[in-house]
Design a protein around this ligand. Sequence first.
Ligand code: ADE
Length: 233
Amino acid sequence: MRIDILTLFPEMFAGPFSESMLGRAQENGLLSVQIHNIRDWADNKHSKADDYPFGGGAGLVMMAQPIFDAVAALDPDHEARRVLLTPRGKLLTTARARELAQCPRLLLLCGHYEGVDERVMALMDGEVSIGDYILTGGELPAMVLADCVSRFVPGVLGKGESAEEESFSQSLLEYPQYTRPADFRGMGVPEVLLSGHAANIEKWRHEQALLKTRENRPELLGTYGKYYKNKGK
Ligand code: ADE
């Protein structure tokens, strides 16, 4: 998968895509992430990419011209799924990430300041928000989206790992995990995990996942959850 990211702050992207899983996915040729500075396409003397909003109001609005020219240069045949990161977008969910992972190319536009000139929406295929809170810009959301989507690209996760088997794919939160030593400063590990009894371990993990979900995200449990919640009281 190829991901092009259009931003006013390209320096922000130095770390996340060169480290860990996403770094490895790029080395292995499964993923190519390219960061582009929108100002490089500004056709004015000072490479200005934002201006005052018509109608007044605080803050600056990202100008249409540099974005139109950047998109024309990077995706002339509209092969990419073009997504604006903005708090007014549709919520990023597992389902949306899985669907975006089917696209061979994504073009992510990081919104900033008071917004983006609405005429830019003529170029975009959609708007995505990563949650009901306001960040200083679309850069961190673009990184979150790219990370989340990449996990559904075949081969990006290591052997034996599967994005499909995890929390939110199955609507339950993760069960607790332990690693060596079995006794850490007097704190032990649940006996069942040391028993080697696969069926009991699986049962314990399922119970723990239900408890954790009931505690932190009861709304994920749905109808079954209501039954379980009452039973647990
Ligand atoms: N820009 C600022 N806040 C955002 C959010 N929550 N999601 C996507 N883009 C944003």
